[in-house]
Design a protein around this ligand. Structure first.
Ligand code: C2E
Ligand code: MG
Ligand code: MG
Ligand code: MG
Length: 281
């Protein structure tokens, strides 16, 4: 009967849910151990100028090599870290190690590169965020002027507090970019009043750029917006030369994506920087 079927389905769902929350708990506990246990690493993805593809910066992206489950993508564990509060320790680990690894490059090939680090809303809003940041920069010797923090539109929802923090960052000489731009719902007037250096156009607008006039129109509008607000622009998720050409024509001066390089360990980054035309082969 429909009723029995409904009950079965309910049982199925609730078992499924229980299993999923078990997995979450398992990952959450594993993540706490991973931070101190050397299971986290960083990859760096080059950010380039368009159309000449000069590497001008890198974005640090965390990786978790789980002892039993193998490589777990950040899309799977960052939300768990955020909800459980583990993100505070994880974020400190990422910032510290990204600065250390890039500070190591500073005097050589990496001298002019900026380093972009993702920061979750919860970290950004912490009362000790700025102090911890200042301390990390001092300890690692990484220059504040070469650091950029990537936040999302949702982080800006608590406007008064974010204005205060953005002001502090500006004083320190740290740049701020809006990640995944276009996927949130920040009003454009809000953007106008915030000291934001750069907008990162989300890759969802890029993947079918050639075949989607609406997507192309939106990208054009975002480029115009950034220009009038005197913000830099970088387009995420560029995978084909054709996309790069279209975006260049639209006036995008910065890009990031598999076309140029995947996120790579620092050793590979050094090799890439040593290659004259930045070709990653
Ligand atoms: P994000 O900050 O928007 O980072 C860009 C993501 O797009 C990365 O995924 C990168 O590998 C991927 N990507 C880059 N180019 C291409 C491309 O051409 N095609 C496609 N399909 N993808 C491309 P990843 O490393 O899996 O990270 C996913 C998200 O996890 C990040 O998105 C960010 O929101 C979060 N995340 C990663 N590391 C950290 C971290 O250290 N702290 C925090 N709070 N979040 C992080
Ligand atoms: Mg990012
Ligand atoms: Mg993004
Ligand atoms: Mg993101």
């Amino acid at each position: 009967s429909a009723k029995a079927e409904g009950r079965n389905r309910y049982q199925f769902y609730s078992q499924d849910m229980a299993e999923r929350s078990n997995q979450r708990l398992h990952l959450e506990q594993g993540l706490r151990r991973a931070i101190d246990g050397g299971q986290l690493t960083l990859h760096f993805q080059p950010q380039v100028t368009l159309p000449d593809r000069q590497i001008v910066g890198v974005e640090a992206l965390v990786r978790w090599q789980h002892p039993e489950l193998g490589m777990i993508p950040p899309a799977r564990f960052i939300p768990i870290a955020e909800e459980s509060g583990v993100i505070d320790a994880l974020g400190r680990w990422v910032l510290e190690h990204a600065c250390l690894e890039m500070a190591g490059l500073k005097d050589g090939l990496g001298g002019q590169l900026h380093l972009a680090v993702n920061v979750s809303a919860r970290e950004f809003m912490r009362s000790d965020f700025i102090d911890a940041l200042r301390e990390t920069l001092a300890r690692t010797g990484f220059p504040a002027a070469a650091l950029e923090l990537e936040i999302t539109e949702s982080t800006l929802q608590t406007i008064d507090r974010s204005l205060e923090i953005l002001g502090e960052l500006k004083k320190l000489g740290i740049a701020v970019s809006i990640d995944d731009f276009g996927t949130g719902y920040s009003s454009l007037s809000v953007l106008r009043n915030l000291p934001i250096d750069r907008i990162k156009i989300d890759r969802s607008f890029i993947h079918d750029l050639q075949h989607n006039p609406d997507g192309a129109a939106i990208v054009k509008a975002m480029v115009a917006l950034a220009e009038s607000l005197r913000m830099d622009i970088i387009v995420e998720g560029i995978e084909t030369a054709e996309q790069a050409v279209i975006l260049t024509r639209m006036g995008c001066a910065g890009g990031q994506g598999y076309l140029f390089s995947r996120p790579i360990p620092v050793a590979d980054l050094i090799k890439l920087l040593a290659t004259p035309d930045g070709d990653n082969g």
